[in-house]
Every structure is written in C-alpha cells, then in structure tokens.
Design a protein around this ligand. Structure first.
Ligand code: NOJ
Length: 531
C-alpha cells in the first residue's frame, strides 16, 4: 500500500523515524519456535512481541525467511517472494506485520540481491539451457582457463573458503562469492534489477518499513574479471575488506543503489540499511549519498578491543565517516556473523561485565543502534560439539574454521532445562547449554540487577530522556584506560573504565551504571551515565 501523500510532506519536515532508533535483529531460526519443530519461525516471533515491546525496541530486522534450501540458513534464496514452510507462510508474515505495527514496532527485512540459491528457478533453467543462452546471462557463467577450460576463469576465492567458481556438466564455470549453492547474479542484466524491484514492492505492499541489504557492496563485478592481486586477500572475509580486492566495492554498485532507492522513494517513510564491508571512509560514504542507502552498517565497535583507547578511536572514526553525509552513524556490537561480544571481551564474568559496560557506551551514542537477539540477556558464544555445527564455513574450510554457529544458538526463554521454552518440541536446531538456566528471559525479567533490566532501562532512557538529543560528542580528559564523553547540547555524560582500578567519576548525578559503584567510584570494566 502506498503511504498517503500528506504523510510524505510530514516526513520530510521531521526527522525520519530511524534517525536515532534502536533496531533489534531477530535471527529468525533462533528467536522463538511457534510450531514445535525446533526451528524458530514467524509465528514464534509474533508470540514474543510483548517481550520486544517491553524491551522497548523501535524496529526489528528479520533475517531471511524466504523459500530456501537453507545451505546458508536462508541467505540462499530460492524464491524471494514467498515464506519458507520452515518459517510459516505469507499469512503468518502478515500477522506479524499487523501485530508489530499495532504495538508500534516497525518491521524491516533482509534482501539478498547479490546471489540466489542454486535451487532458484532461474539458476536451474540456466544450468539446463547451456552456454550462450539468455538464461545463463542472469548469472556469471564463463568458460574456464587452461588449455581445455579445465581451470576456473580467474583466481577468486569464495568468502566461505575454496574457489569462487564451480563447474557445470557442460564445462562452463559459474561465480559464487559465497557457497557453491549461492550463485552470484549478473547485475548487468536488466532482468535482475527488475526482479529485485518486484520483490521490494511485493514486501512494501505487505507493509514492511524497510530492508537490510545483504552484501550491499558486492553486486557489481569488474569488467573482465581480473585476477586478485597478491595481498588482496589479506584481512578479507565476512565483515572485513581489503581495498585491493576486486570482488567487492566496484563503482558500478552505486547505480544499483540508486535504482533501489527509487523504489523505496515510492513508499515514503521506508528505509534501507546496507551491509557494507568497506573500511575506507570516503568509499563507505559513497553508499550514503542522498539517492542511495539511508544507513550503512558500521562494524568498528565489533573490531575494537575492550580498551578505552580503541573504543574511543572506533567512535571518533565512525562519527567522522558520516560527518559529510546526511546519514546518522549506526552502531553494532554483535550479529549473527561474529562472535558475541561477551565472548570477544574474554567470556565468563569478565566478558559479561565488559559487555554490560559496552551496552551503555553504545546506547549513549547518537544515531542508530542495532542490537542482536540475546545480547540483552548477556549471552556469549557457545562451544558446540562438532556434530552440531551447520555453518557452511565449517565444511568449506575443511573443519579448520568453526564458523558462526556459536553465536546463533536459540534464545532461552523460561524454565530450568533446555530447550528453555524456545520450542515446545524436545530439541532446538542447535543445542542450548544447560548453564543458560540462569540467563533465561524469565530468570532476568524481574531481577533489577539483570542484564535484561539494564538494557530495558537504558533503552527507555535513550528513547524518552531529553539528555540524548544532539548528534555531537565532546570528550573529557580522563585517567588512563578510561574515557568520558558528553552529548553536546543535551548533557548526557557516559564514562567508561577499562583500566584495572576504580576511578573517580565526572561531576553529576548518576543516571545508570553497568555495575554498582565502589565508594562512589567507577569500578574496572564498567560504564556509567551521568547528568
Ligand atoms: C552476509 C550475511 O550476514 C551472512 O550471514 C551470509 O552468509 C552472507 N552475507 C552471504 O549471504
């Protein structure tokens, strides 16, 4: 449904709803299971909307729930305009949208424009149709190199390990930057753009408020598929880039974003955030020009160690990166592709304390915050037994890389034994550790000292307190291992102590602290908000 035009006028005059929103990433497989099969689904999410309302988040980002063979857990899409039976159906999706909107929660969903599943009807047709057919033109099918075409067309590797090319029976090779079951689309073919526009309108007409664009810097490929130069791979991988890497961030990608933005502009009040693994600020902000994406994911806090200097540098460089564009900064500590921050910061009690501190740092910052489901419970990564691992990275790397399953373990809701109310069935798709009995939503909800209570309070203050206005920060002088910043103009102060000893706090009244103060001082591995 198109939004009425008078609303459009209003939107251009007031800040967009997302400019300081707290988004909550729902990893659909792992959030809540509504039908007892051990895998999270859309009805499961609808049944837990009361919880999300209590948490206070303004919008959800749902990871892919479309028809898929699930080789990459839904990022291999076989039909982008239908719901996979594992997750429900279109009616379940409509129920979720209606009920979320009734509660004032916006819904944004993943779009996967870079590739499809090898089970998508286009790819199946392409394999059957043979070389030089229009069907093959929708993907990147090339003849191989070597005397008989027996070698891949170039030396590109897949992000998941191994070559980025696989061969079909007639001898041609096709490109897949991820798993072989995720062939890359050829964006030089206008049918590809037309199909994405159709998919976008399909979901926008069903009421979605926006999209998260998967691998938003990946769709355009360089002419002639040049080899990767020596060194181009260094540091490249999920969420990480290398400026020499010809696989990503090719200039042609911006025309694609302009086309995507045009479709969104038909639906005022909707938005898109891109997953952009581009560290260079100038190149990053190209994606955020007025006719491209509204927001770009920023992974600098994911990369920063838990020390005041690194965190401050990440904050300053993130703010500087978007200073030249009309797009607020975004902040992320965890998502389904990285080790959860409790674990990154050392795990156990230490990681948990530090994660609470960083939650206060993140929620004090101007701009948009993306929470990852379960971080509000203080969950860390789980060391899974090898038999349980499902991420294609595990297989593709010949079991040398564990992959991302550890951060995707289902949410513990209630009770004292796994699967902790996640499913009415006996088992969840990844096993939930028995130790999570103390971390369930039920165990934390009424406990004022729990991580869940800390998040609830912080999100509430952020939404309602005038001290969170304004986009600029000023930094205080602080003891070594510490920092303090103030939201310019509105007054909120956030202090972080990553050093070994308690430190005095700046003057002011405490609004919230991640740990109890010790004799009026901020303890190690803690943060506080003051006014
Ligand atoms: C990024 C997604 O976040 C990740 O989970 C997925 O494996 C790749 N894109 C490929 O779609």
């Amino acid at each position: 449904m198109r939004r009425p035009v008078d609303l459009q006028t209003e939107i251009t005059q007031t800040p967009a709803w997302w400019h300081d929103a707290v988004f909550y990433q729902v990893y659909v497989r792992s959030f809540a299971d509504g039908n007892g099969d051990g895998v999270g689904d859309l009805d499961g999410i609808t049944s837990r909307l009361g919880y999300l309302e209590l948490l206070g988040v303004q919008a959800l980002w749902l990871t892919p729930f479309y028809r898929s063979p699930m080789v990459d857990h839904g990022y291999d899409v076989a039909d982008p305009r239908d719901v996979d039976p594992l997750f429900g159906d279109l009616d379940a999706f409509d129920r979720l949208v209606t009920e979320s909107h009734r509660r004032g929660i916006k819904i944004t969903i993943d779009l996967v424009p870079n590739h499809t599943s090898d089970q998508h009807e286009w790819f199946r047709a392409a394999v059957l149709a043979g070389p030089d057919s229009p069907e093959r033109e929708r993907y990147h099918f090339l003849d191989g190199s070597g005397e008989h075409g027996e070698l891949p067309p170039n030396n590109w590797t897949s992000i998941f390990g191994g070559p980025a090319w696989s061969r079909v029976a007639d001898g041609q090779w096709y490109l897949h930057l991820f798993a072989p079951q995720q062939p890359d689309l050829n964006w030089a073919n206008p049918e590809v753009a037309a199909d994405l526009a159709r998919t976008m309108r399909f979901w926008l007409d069903r009421g979605v408020d926006g999209f998260r664009l998967d691998v938003a810097h990946g769709m355009a490929k360089p002419d002639g598929f040049p080899d990767m130069a020596p060194g181009a791979l260094e540091g490249a991988g999920v969420l990480h880039d290398n400026a020499l890497d010809p696989r990503f961030d090719n200039d042609g990608v911006h025309d694609i974003h302009r086309m995507i933005r045009k479709v969104l502009d038909e639906y005022p009040g909707t938005m898109a955030v891109g997953e952009i693994w581009v560290k260079d600020s100038e190149r990053f902000t190209r994606y955020l020009r007025a006719d491209e994406l509204h927001l770009g994911f920023n992974f600098q806090l994911v990369d920063a160690d838990f020390n005041a200097e690194s965190v401050r540098a990440a904050i300053e460089s993130s703010l500087a990166a978007v200073a030249t564009v009309d797009s607020p900064p975004t902040w992320t500590l965890s998502n389904h592709d990285v080790v959860r921050h409790v674990t990154r910061y050392g795990g156990g009690e230490l990681g948990w304390r530090r994660a609470r501190a960083m939650a206060l740092v993140e929620l004090a910052l101007p701009g948009v915050v993306y929470l990852y489901n379960g971080e509000e419970l203080g969950l860390g990564d789980v060391e899974l037994p090898d038999w349980a691992r499902q991420d294609p990275i595990w297989e593709r790397s010949g079991h040398t890389e564990l992959g991302r399953d550890g951060s995707r373990v289902p949410i513990p809701w209630e009770g004292t034994e796994a699967p902790f109310g996640f499913t009415t069935g006996t088992a969840s798709w990844l096993p939930i550790p028995a130790e999570w009995a103390t971390l369930t939503v039920e165990a934390q909800l009424e406990d004022p000292d729990s991580t869940l209570s800390l998040y609830r309070e912080a999100v509430e203050l952020r939404k309602t307190h005038p001290a969170f206005a304004g986009m600029e920060l000023e930094w205080y002088g602080a003891p070594e291992g510490c920092f303090a910043f103030r939201r310019k103009g509105s007054g909120l102060v956030c202090a972080l102590n990553t050093g070994p000893r308690p430190v005095p706090l700046p003057a002011g009244q405490i609004l919230l602290s991640s740990m109890p103060l010790s004799d009026g001082q901020l303890p190690p591995d803690a943060a506080a908000w003051l006014l």
